[in-house]
Design a protein around this ligand. Sequence first.
Ligand code: AMP
Ligand code: ZN
Length: 484
Amino acid sequence: MQKLHIYNSLSGKKEEFIPLVPGKIGMYVCGPTLYSEPHMGNMRTFINFDFIYRCLLHLGYDVKYVRNITDAGHITNSAGQEVDSIGKVAKAEQLQSLEIVYKYNVKFQTLQQLYNLLPPSIEPTATSHIQEQIEAIEKILSNGYAYVTNGSVYFDVRAYMNDYPYGTLSGRKVDELEAETRTLQSQGEKRFFADFALWKKAHAEDMQIWRSPWGDGNPGWHIECTAMSTKYLGKSFDIHGGGMDLKFPHHEDEIAQNCGAFGCNPARFWLHANMLNVNGQKMSKSLGNFFLPKEIIEGSSPLFDKPYSPSVVRFFMLQSHYRSTLDFTKEAINASEKGFERLMEGMSLMEKIEPSQSSSFLVSDIIKATSDAICDDFNAPILIATLFDVVKHVHLLCDGKEQLTQEDLNLLKSIFTNMVHGVLGIEPVKKEENKRLEGVMEVIVALRQQAREQKNWNMSDMIREGLEKAGIQIKDNKEGTSWT
Ligand code: AMP
Ligand code: ZN
């Protein structure tokens, strides 16, 4: 097996990856908090880790991929403020917390299918692992790295720092942090500003409350990942991933909790996927600069003039390396769409190539280039560039300017389709299905046109609204009626 090198955020270097158990990999990735529909930025991170998962499977590893669902209201968000994000939305919509989570989980699962994400091996939820979270907190307490105050439990960063360094992943220094920290509501309960909640005493207005040895309350945000990752992958496993914005405090505190409970950093390799930006700024719910993955498919985002197929969006995302930021612009996705079509054309032209008696180039060089790209920190853009080289060969083969034997041709086809479908997870836009839909739409548009000519506005509106519900938009312009 070729040596795999992965950039480890912990060391800040690319390192040779050797799994703890030969041939097997345990990988944990922080999943979504389901209080709203995941935006395109969230999807970028999940697509990146899906690509990494596919690469590991392609390399022949037996991977256990665990990606959690946060369905317990965070009592602290990434800015350290105390908010129950799920409860807040639930109250606004007059629903129960789990109704909110379920509603958005259904949407998330649909998006996963649309964007061709392989299902993880397990998708555990925080609310079904409260017992495990309580047990992890008890271990940290009994090891002397936490304290109980007024029904809440806090991680004791100073006690921890006597035995372990804090800030090894993010490089944050506690004294520098102090200057940045704003005065928080419950600062008074903590012994030290950097201490963080493992368990928080329930407030009367909390939507979800659980029993614990310290009284009724809610688990902290970070402890859910410690409880679920170690339950399914063990105290120490191979890979832990998430978006770059989770490095601090979430992942830093996960390391502290794991060391505090079990005496070791949970993961040997920490992987961080970089952000999707809009005009140079991180796409985020709070900034309001986000669009939804379904809006780009439907063409309903005002930022874009037309819809794009999920395969094109996925291809566009993978044209950037997972550790680079990516700006989602109209120009960039249009360029990707052209590239995607070139790749798909190459794939269908491949079927038309006639074999020759001899080969004029080495397919093994192409196979090596694809493996090199994958094994160099999952370099999707280099992999795609190699596939474009294959497309060039395909054109030359079709024009008779290059030759391949039947055996080499089969090899080329197999590596190409395996990389496009299996590793990049790109499927061709289903032409047959589109053709059928085009036929049906022709009839519907004609019926609506007839209704308009007869001034039957009810009928014409009914058709338009019905189609909208099915995700099809009708536009009337000078040239006639078009649909997307
Ligand atoms: P959340 O639902 O906010 O917990 O986020 C789910 C995942 O999406 C986390 O791994 C985040 O790091 C990631 N994420 C959030 N915003 C972005 C963004 N703009 N680009 C890429 N990933 C993001
Ligand atoms: Zn997490």
